[in-house]
Design a binder for this molecule. Structure first.
Ligand code: 13P
Length: 338
């Protein structure tokens, strides 16, 4: 393993004013997204949708890296260039989701543990050969009656750290993603308490597994009220609680933190990121959004050939606004001007 190379990839992933496009929806998840625009999910429509995003004019101005799913990593542009090579030629770092999903944790009702460690070393070798330079593994922590338990948090953090160590061994930067879900009606205080425990345990396990912190990117949730909470915290409160929590647990050795959007609206996700970036921080703070970057572009496209460019324009509008947010320079009035 070459540390310097890992560090340089990780820094590239959080380059100033840029963030990561999470386009790693599994075949099941992308079908749900396509159902929303009444588009059949086939290998061809999935290819076309990803090509629309990856070839949006100006994409490299705001996007540093793209997370793909196994199928997408092996697909090509219509001109015949494999997606990873197409992205790399634009200066965008290709990435790959390597976890195999959150599965029920036996004996712990309401909790899951993420699977995918068996055979991971061999899969990483193959993905590196196909051009991937970073990977993603998502642990999912839900908040409910009696959970998460200490055991559930430890099991997930342990798997994340084993994955991260294997990635670095293979010259791949791990995105370490412990997601505390914003489903449910919990308060922002409950979210902060759980996120505190999850981040503390995640970094304990990363240290135990001798993971080189300079060569990872953390992908956390923001500290935020549950979607069904009736007294939801304000954007300023979300920004303040999130930065406070991250400062407590995330070593300054970590080059960057790239948030998931987790079901926030597109504009909320952008505003929260910008508010956090108004103060000097020990790490780069940017986005690794899926839904918050894609939802409006998917609608603008609608699966229609004559709306291909309209979809690209909408995707770039969100990408640029989030790029500004990564520098603390976004304001909501830009939504109507842009
Ligand atoms: P969302 O931004 O839609 O939460 O997706 C990001 C992601 O990669 C979740 O694993």
């Amino acid at each position: 393993m070459n540390h310097a190379e890992l560090v340089s990839i990780a820094r590239g992933m959080v380059a100033p004013g840029k963030g990561i496009l999470a386009a790693d929806e599994s075949t099941g998840t992308i079908k749900k997204r396509f159902d929303g625009i009444q588009l059949e999910s086939t290998e061809a429509t999935r290819q076309l949708y990803r090509e629309m995003l990856f070839s949006a004019p100006g994409i490299a101005d705001a996007i540093s890296g793209v997370i793909m799913y196994d199928e997408t990593l092996r697909q090509k542009t219509r001109a015949g260039v494999p997606f990873p090579q197409h992205l790399a030629s634009l200066g965008i770092i290709p990435g790959i989701k390597v976890d195999q999903g959150a599965k029920p944790l036996a004996n712990f009702p309401g909790e899951t543990v993420t699977e995918g460690l068996d055979g991971l070393r061999e899969r990483l070798k193959e993905y590196h050969g196909l051009g991937a330079r970073f990977a993603k593994w998502r642990a999912v922590i839900d908040i409910g009656e009696g959970y998460p338990t200490r055991f559930g948090i430890e099991a997930n953090a342990h798997a994340l750290a084993r994955y991260a160590a294997l990635c670095q061994e293979q010259g791949i930067v791990p995105i370490v993603e412990p997601e505390v879900l914003m489903d449910g009606d919990h308060s922002i205080e409950d979210c902060e308490a759980v996120t505190d425990e999850v981040l503390c345990e995640t970094f304990r396990q990363l240290a135990g597994h001798r993971v080189h912190l300079e060569g990872i990117v953390l992908k956390p949730n923001m500290v935020i009220s549950g979607k069904k909470n009736t007294a939801r915290a304000t954007p300023e409160q979300v920004a303040e609680a999130t930065v406070r929590c991250l400062r407590r647990w995330v070593s300054a050795a970590v080059p960057g933190i790239a948030f998931l959007s987790g079901g926030q609206s597109t504009t909320e996700a952008t505003l929260h990121l910008s508010l956090m970036n108004r103060e000097p921080l020990p790490w780069k703070l940017t986005f690794s959004y899926g839904r918050a970057l894609q939802d409006s572009a998917l609608k603008a496209w609608g699966g229609k050939a004559d709306k291909f460019e309209a979809g690209q324009r909408e995707f770039m509008r969100r990408a640029r606004l989030n790029g500004l947010a990564a520098k603390g320079a976004y304001t909501p009035d830009m939504e109507t001007k842009a």
